[in-house]
Design a protein around this ligand. Structure first.
Ligand code: NDP
Length: 480
């Protein structure tokens, strides 16, 4: 059986305590590898390696760092096929999606920040004819990057790329549920010429090695993506140590469909926004608000689109919905479907576990599910389910839908569907959300700020925001 080991100081090593965790392929339910169960002593080694590597890496010119990051990007492209297979086996997502979305985005993340650092500048302020201020931005030192299981390599590189580009050294931890692509990534970095210690990858449980990274006194900043409860806990550990933090957390995103749209066409996009990656994307639109005079027509169109989400073996081309990440998560999602029934909801389609024949007979599949008839303030409409489950809610007026859309503790993403330009802008401005898409979904420009408001997070990633997070500005004031 394959052992997924730590990558510290430029080479792979076993966890010091010699403990391992079973890694299950969620589409088959079978254990296919063992993951290092790392603990504080492994993190100590990784932090020491990162601290030793920091002076040389941070002193390197932006062009040299850029060259290495570009080589990593090309390395991901070279191994795209293997990485996509690994991502699908670990996470349960359709192989076709990993090939089309996850791996290309990891390639782009590395290339984007490799080139971004060649085009940044700093500020200067002329205070008077005899006084000049200018700003230099310094890397922070050793930083911690902790990423979740839903888009493993995509989100892992989304943090690591800007951290390294800005001159920091990194101790990173993927989710223990999806460790494989981060494991392969270590070798890609070594092959690309990344100096030993600049990136260290620790495998294991969040509460053990994740917590040890957050609590380590030499780790100066934490970039975390994951659930809101975990984010609050991480903040409670890091804040008293006065660490810089970027927290990208959960969502309960509204999709708003006004009555002036082409129903058939928009239903396709709305279904995609609800069910892509089994609904396991923080940006998925899980509360679908539909203007009342097209409610029935839109509901029918959405049911037809939902039927097109073929659930099955992630390796097959026709599969559009793979397995949920593990059995516990599947049971959590099914629990919310039961709760919806208790709360008075009517299941329009789906609502059950699905059994797939053949090699996937033991897999954790849930049918794409649409529910109507729930109060906007009930738990199913307020809590993040993170599965292929969406609710339909009718509305009459613009003000009413904005109030309902804003009624959760979250504020990550929203999508608005209308052909009325005034309505589009007005609604977008009033939604409490880090990003609002109008007549599109998951349309990402890596230069834009990315993050959430309210309980969806603190801070922004993307473009210059990420480079700002991973550096500390210093003002130098000169009197001539
Ligand atoms: P978790 O919060 O459970 O875990 C995220 C990461 O944190 C994992 O690597 C986890 O390790 C680690 N972790 C857990 N506990 C600790 C701890 N005490 N100290 C340090 N690290 C810890 O999230 P999930 O992996 O379940 O991911 C799903 C969540 O992520 C959803 O809520 C989703 O909305 C959110 N998300 C947000 C995004 C955004 O950009 N805003 C994007 C994608 C997802 P381990 O898995 O080993 O426990």
């Amino acid at each position: 059986m394959l052992n997924i080991r730590n990558y510290i100081n430029g080479h792979y090593c076993d966890p010091i305590l010699g403990e391992w965790i079973e890694n299950v392929n969620p589409a088959t339910g079978e254990v296919y590898s063992l993951v290092a169960r790392s603990a504080a002593p492994d993190v100590d080694l990784a932090v020491q390696a990162a601290a030793d590597a920091f002076p040389a890496w941070s002193a390197m010119s932006a062009q040299n760092r850029s060259d290495i990051l570009m080589a990593i990007s090309r390395g991901i492209a070279l191994h795209a096929e293997d990485l996509a297979l690994a991502e699908s086996a670990d996470q349960g997502k359709p192989l076709s999606l990993a090939k089309k979305m996850d791996i290309p985005r990891a390639i782009d993340n590395m290339a984007f920040f490799a080139t971004e650092i060649l085009h940044t500048n700093t500020e200067a302020f002329q205070t008077s004819s005899q006084v000049m201020n200018y700003v230099v931005r310094k890397p922070l030192g050793v930083v911690g990057c902790i990423s979740p299981w839903n888009l493993p390599l995509y989100l892992f590189t989304w943090k690591i790329a800007p951290a390294l580009a800005a001159g920091n050294t990194v101790v990173a931890k993927p989710s223990e549920l999806t460790p494989m692509t981060a494991f392969l990534f270590g070798q890609i970095c070594a092959d690309a010429g990344l100096p030993p210690g600049v990136l260290n990858i620790i495998q294991g449980l969040g509460a053990e090695c994740g917590e040890a990274i957050v609590a380590h006194p030499q780790v100066t900043a934490i970039s975390f993506t994951g659930g809101t409860t975990t984010g609050k806990h991480i903040a409670s550990v890091a804040a008293p140590m006065l660490k810089k933090m970027s927290l990208e957390l959960g969502g309960k995103n509204p999709t708003i469909v006004f009555d002036d749209v082409d129903v058939t066409q928009v239903a396709q996009h709305v279904a995609r926004a609800a069910f892509t990656n089994q609904g396991e994307i923080c940006l998925c639109g899980s509360r679908i608000f539909i203007q009342r005079n097209i409610y029935e027509k839109f509901r029918e169109a959405l049911i037809i689109e939902t039927q097109r989400f073929v659930v099955g073996d992630p390796l097959l081309d026709e599969t559009r919905l793979g397995a949920l990440v593990n059995e516990a998560h599947m049971n959590k999602v099914l629990g919310y479907i039961d709760l919806a029934k208790e709360e008075g909801g009517k299941i329009l389609i789906g609502g059950t576990r699905m059994h797939v024949e053949g090699r996937c007979a033991g897999g954790f599949f849930v049918a794409p599910t649409l529910i109507e008839g729930l109060d906007v303030l009930c738990r199913v409409n307020q809590e993040e389910i993170f599965g292929p489950v969406a609710t339909l809610i009718p509305f009459d007026t613009d003000d009413e839908v904005i109030a309902m859309a804003n009624s959760t503790a979250y504020g990550l993403a929203a999508s608005v569907w209308t052909t009325n330009i005034n309505r589009a802008h007005r609604t977008a401005h009033q939604l409490e959300s880090g990003i609002v898409w109008v007549n599109t979904w998951l349309n990402r420009d890596l230069r834009t700020p990315f993050g959430g408001v309210k309980h969806s997070g603190v801070g922004r990633e993307g473009g210059s925001e990420a480079l700002r997070f991973f550096t500390e500005p210093k003002n130098i004031c000169l009197q001539f």
